[in-house]
Design a protein around this ligand. Structure first.
Ligand code: BES
Ligand code: ZN
Ligand code: ZN
Length: 498
């Protein structure tokens, strides 16, 4: 729990007080406590600590100093230009150190005297603290008291710029809270987090935030002709769901507010189907629902923030991809929502099949002005971009600009890859309108080219998060496991919508 406090940090008597310093500022700066400042000066002189980014100085005040606080932590901010990410990382470092030392109650002195927007600073610090303190322990039994992991129970941000810090804190709580929830969903094992869970949580959100919620079940999908999601789910015992949430900024019929449609791949376990994946590493395919989790988490934040300039509709096609006796077979032909036929070459290229139904249905039913889909779609994007950037493929330069900017600002960078007829051509089938697989090379692009066939002229962007949904760039506020990527990116897109 992060709260604003007006308490004088000099008198703070909790488990840890935290100051931030810039690198090589010889005056050894940004500290309101003379006693601590003197120590920092000495350490600077000794040369042990210079305030490099991520560097920490942790010490325990001696009895003569008459300090009641148990620990003093000084965190380096580096010497590079200050950006939001500087404070996000500092927040992560603080949270990590507190948990390691088992400090439960801490106070962070916001370095508001630096030449940087205090709202953005407080927001990024909050995000880093919350995301950096994240642990997933739902399934762990820890009996030995010495082995109990540290847990932050109270974080106070203290500053004099009350309104700015409070505003940033509230924004950061919402985005980071959503990011943590996306991680929780992803961390949950596939025998717990099923398509029905997506539906259940969608309904819960709708109730809390007054969204319109619709859950399409198997018989609805049959009636509507959604051969993509139905086909993929055939080999599994878990019934598929398509979860739809609608947030309206105003009366949709009377106002001219644009509608953004978000579609997230909610593949709760991808065994590959009949084109079975190798067993090594297959357990990671419980994360194949990270796109859906990001979209659901974004809707939670949308419910909190209630943007005025944008309607947001969310669709999560959710299913497993298993090789059961009724499973889709290579060579089968499916008929998607809207009538397009697809020849299945590889049942492991299933994400595009469920997204195609979601996209086609979303366009027909909700006539969105813009679409962004997000999916752990291809291993090929990991080959191309590694674990550091999300792949962006789009038919619209404006959307591209907005997403690139949102990526930089949110610390979830994206990189644009091309589309074009030379790629789309690879999806020609002898027997159907399309096939679900292109040539081996350029797989992230042909996957997106497949989706493009279902969006028509609507401005659309596809985010391939296969490389970033887990094992994302190592940073203080990103733990091992699922990163919650896409949540901050999409929220930044929505909040700075042009
Ligand atoms: N869910 C996978 C993609 C994936 C791979 C995500 C690795 C994260 C890490 C997707 O459904 C898939 O299996 N894609 C295949 C497509 C291939 C059969 C054309 C792939 O990328 O190998
Ligand atoms: Zn697959
Ligand atoms: Zn998949």
């Amino acid at each position: 729990m992060i709260k604003f406090s007006k308490q004088n940090p000099v008198q703070y008597a909790g488990d840890m007080i935290v100051y931030c310093v810039r690198q090589n500022e010889k005056k050894a700066p940004i500290c309101v406590d003379d006693i601590i400042q003197k120590t920092i000066n000495r350490v600077f002189e000794a040369g042990d600590f210079v305030g490099r980014e991520g560097q920490v100085l942790l010490y325990y005040p001696d009895v003569d100093s008459k300090k009641n606080v148990k620990r003093i932590l000084v965190v380096g901010l580096g010497q590079d230009e200050l950006v939001a990410e500087t404070f996000r990382k500092a927040g992560g470092t603080i949270a990590g150190t507190a948990i390691k030392t088992k400090a439960q109650k801490i106070m962070v002195v916001v370095p508001e005297i630096l030449d940087f927007d205090v709202v953005v600073m407080a927001e990024a610090l909050t995000e880093g603290l919350r995301l950096g303190a994240y642990r997933f322990l739902d399934y762990k039994t820890i009996d030995d008291p010495d082995e109990q992991p540290g847990k932050l129970v109270e974080i106070l941000l203290t500053a004099s710029k009350y309104a700015a810090v409070k505003k940033g804190l509230q924004g950061g709580e919402v985005t980071a809270g959503a990011g943590c929830w996306a991680r929780d969903m992803a961390n949950s094992p596939a025998n717990y987090w099923t398509p029905a869970h997506f539906a259940q949580h969608g309904r819960k959100l709708a109730k809390k935030y007054d969204f319109v919620c619709k859950v399409l079940a198997k018989n609805d999908m049959k009636r509507l002709g959604m051969g993509g999601i139905l086909g993929v789910s055939q080999g599994s015992a878990a019934p598929p769901k398509m979860v739809i949430l609608e947030y309206s900024a105003g009366n949709r019929k009377k106002t001219k507010i644009p509608t953004l449609l978000l579609v997230g791949k909610g593949l709760t376990f991808d065994a590959g189907g009949i084109s079975l994946k190798p067993s090594a590493g297959m357990h990671e395919m419980k994360y194949d629902m990270c796109g859906g989790a990001a979209v659901l988490a974004v809707m939670q934040a949308v419910g909190e923030l209630r943007p005025k300039n944008l309607n947001v509709t969310a669709i999560i096609p959710a299913t497993e991809n298993m090789p059961g006796p009724a499973a889709l077979k290579p060579g089968d032909v499916i008929i998607h929502y809207g009538g397009k036929t697809v020849e299945i070459i590889d049942t492991d290229a299933e994400g595009r099949l469920i997204l195609a139904d979601g996209l086609a249905y979303g366009i027909k039913q909700y006539t969105p002005d813009y679409i962004v889909d997000i999916a752990t779609l291809t291993g090929a994007v990991v080959v191309g971009l590694g674990h550091h950037r999300t792949g962006l493929l789009t038919n619209n330069d404006d959307l591209s600009q907005q997403l690139l900017a949102a990526g930089d600002k949110s610390g979830e960078p994206v990189w644009r890859l091309p589309l074009g007829p030379e790629y789309t051509k690879q999806l020609k089938s002898q027997v159907a309108d399309l096939k679900n697989l292109g040539k081996r090379n350029g797989g992230a692009i042909t996957a997106a080219a497949f989706l493009q066939e279902f969006v028509g002229d609507t401005p659309w962007a596809h985010l391939d998060i296969a490389g970033t949904a887990w094992d994302f760039t190592e940073k203080s506020y990103i733990p091992k496991g699922p990163s919650g990527v896409g949540v901050r990116l999409l929220l930044e897109l929505i909040r700075s919508w042009k």
